[in-house]
Ligand binder design. Sequence first.
Ligand SMILES: [Zn+2]
Length: 161
Amino acid sequence: MTLTQNKVVTFNYTLKDEEGNTLDSTVNAAPFSFLSGMGQILPKLEEAITGMLLGTRKNVKISAAEAYGEYNEGAVQQVDRTNFPKDADLQPGMQFMANSPDGNQMPFIISEVKDDNIKIDFNHPLAGKNLEFDVELLDIRDATSEELAHGHVHGPGGHHH
Ligand SMILES: [Zn+2]
């Protein structure tokens, strides 16, 4: 359940995996802002953050299942190089978009290149990882009607039109 609706929530975070490796961080970057109650961040993270007091810090652990899901071997496929643009210099780690039969964009990552056999992975890069967020809540304010209409945050940490 989300306690806070239609707020712009701004926070700093450092994201680590179980081994303590930093995966992502707002340190040395702009704080992150999101519109509450719209599923813009992981539900478990939003639940934890909206229960915090301004200016406080919290360590939030989220299991893989509650974050980006378990790693699914079935989401890994072998495809032929002919599926890619002829002049593409395919390397592991490169990201592409595929169109699903129902017209949705599905991101995937090249995980292996062996001659003309390309292994592609539709798992989220953070799938199968238990995550740990060090969060510092900086600000909560009411969203403007324009932000609500657009469905995203404007200004620092958000969209600039
Ligand atoms: Zn906008």
